[in-house]
Design a protein around this ligand. Sequence first.
Ligand SMILES: Nc1ncnc2c1ncn2[C@@H]1O[C@H](COP(=O)(O)OP(=O)(O)OP(=O)(O)O)[C@@H](O)[C@H]1O
Length: 223
Amino acid sequence: MIEFHNAGYGYGGRELLTEMTLSLAPGSFHFLTGPSGAGKTTFLKLCYRELQATAGRVSILGQDTREMGRDEVAQLRRKIGVVHQDCQFLDHLSLAENVALPLTVADRPRDDQDLVDLLAWVGLTEQIKAKPPELSGGERQRAALARAVIMSPDVILADEPTGNVDWEMSLRLLQLLVELNRMGKTVVIATHDMHLIRQAKSQVQARVLRISNRRIQQSGADL
Ligand SMILES: Nc1ncnc2c1ncn2[C@@H]1O[C@H](COP(=O)(O)OP(=O)(O)OP(=O)(O)O)[C@@H](O)[C@H]1O
């Protein structure tokens, strides 16, 4: 699904990540962890071709990212849902309109019942008409998750999805991501939260990728 072949990345010629060889199999569930500044967000950006490897090769859904043109990148992005660390919304649009925005941008028809069902799934039925500034941190995170999955992507990449929420909300978000994985989606969650990783143990066969000293180490066994 996503393959790194001796890949590396550096900003401004300074190597941040090096010699990454790994494969994220379809339907797998991974946590990505490591100290602040280790390169977790950078790694995720390589996974959806926001960045291109500066060494080696990354393939996403069978395509070598070096050989992709603009249209192919746009196609690819529809198959990968990203929950960004700082989840930005358009404040003048309602929650429902924000969540449906990827459909609008891709010029795809919007099924209002699907949208209502999706918002119910993330527990935001009552906030459907609310504007983003009226939402709590946990509500924003769940809205960001809904927006990431509205195009039915094959892969969900979540960057610190539980960063600013309490433990109960973290568990709820984890539950949603586990449900997506049970539906066959490949899930990668970048997190510092070791409690969350331990908690996942009882729910899903997750693997841990740890960035340390510029390299990615994979825990060999399931959690
Ligand atoms: N656009 C950029 N230009 C230059 N350096 C950058 C850029 N983006 C990130 N960096 C640097 O790369 C390093 C890794 O950043 P990254 O955001 O990938 O780390 P992270 O592991 O996600 O951190 P955190 O856990 O704090 O979110 C940091 O030192 C950061 O300052």
